[in-house]
Design a binder for this molecule. Structure first.
Ligand code: NDP
Length: 243
């Protein structure tokens, strides 16, 4: 059940930028095999080349977490290519913020599809492989927005409360061979805020996000949880300036 220092096969969703890409670099440097999933295939190809030229082992797989079959295919690809799947990192996420009164229903739906359904698709696809191995680890990215609600972020926070609850539920239900970790970052440098179409929310977030942690710090937390001997349940990391 996840002994320390073992080299693992790790599938990362949303590995084409931000926290996912930083985590891929970190884990590959430690000798783990990383399978990188996202929609932007060129980004993944570049990152795979970079990791390989640094002596690591990586592969890219086209992935849309909103489609159950796509997540299933990525898990099958990782397990068949490298013989097993030790860790799934449910990292893909989007954050198109806006005040509720604007009724950006399509963006609400997208956040629900990526941030909640995406996590559930990952769990559903990885569980049978891990059950067969009698070993596995499912890491899910929540957010400090899983513990508090901010203006313009009601739906985003709702999806992160949900991701937190799903990860915690998995932990309390699962058999001892499954390790379950929730990673809860505060404001972190990435492309996450680029998806904000609402001008008001965009402006408010530029101020709020001006003191951000580098994505490598969150990558280090994820690495800690993966390499630890015990079951690391939740890590909350935020800039000291974030209350
Ligand atoms: P980025 O926007 O930089 O990265 C998000 C990643 O998710 C991209 O690789 C993107 O790839 C991928 N993604 C988006 N939609 C899909 C989809 N449908 N299928 C597959 N992949 C998808 O943001 P972050 O690195 O910040 O975000 C990573 C996680 O961290 C998210 O869950 C986010 O909510 C969480 N988080 C981030 C914080 C921050 O301040 N940055 C704070 C707290 C939590 P592509 O577009 O190529 O598919």
């Amino acid at each position: 059940t996840g002994s320390a220092h073992k080299k693992k096969v790790i599938l990362i969703t949303g590995a084409s930028s931000g926290i996912g890409a930083a985590t891929a670099r970190q884990l590959a440097q430690e000798g783990h095999t990383v399978v990188l999933g996202a929609r932007r295939q060129e980004r993944l190809d570049e990152l795979v080349s970079e990791i390989e030229s640094d002596g690591g082992t990586a592969a890219g797989v086209s992935l849309d977490v909103t489609a159950r079959h796509s997540v299933q295919e990525a898990v099958t690809y990782a397990a068949e290519t490298f013989g097993r799947l030790d860790v799934l990192i449910n990292n893909a996420g989007i954050m198109p913020l806006s005040p509720l009164e604007q009724s950006h229903v399509d963006e609400w739906d997208s956040m629900i599809d990526v941030n909640i359904r995406g996590v559930l698709h990952g769990i559903a696809a990885a569980q049978p492989v891990m059950r067969e191995q009698k070993s596995g680890h499912i890491v899910t990215l929540a957010s400090t927005g899983a513990h508090e609600v901010l203006p313009t972020a009601a739906v985003y926070c709702a999806t992160k409360y949900a991701a937190w609850a799903i990860s915690e539920g998995l932990r309390i239900e699962s058999e001892p061979w499954l390790r379950v970790t929730t990673i809860t970052p505060g404001v972190t440098e990435s492309e996450l805020a680029d998806s904000i179409s609402d001008p008001e929310a965009r402006e408010a977030m530029q101020e709020y996000r001006s003191n951000a942690l580098p994505a490598t710090e969150i990558a280090r937390s994820i690495s800690y949880a993966i390499n630890a001997g015990g079951d690391v349940n939740e890590i909350i990391v935020r800039p000291t300036t974030q209350r």
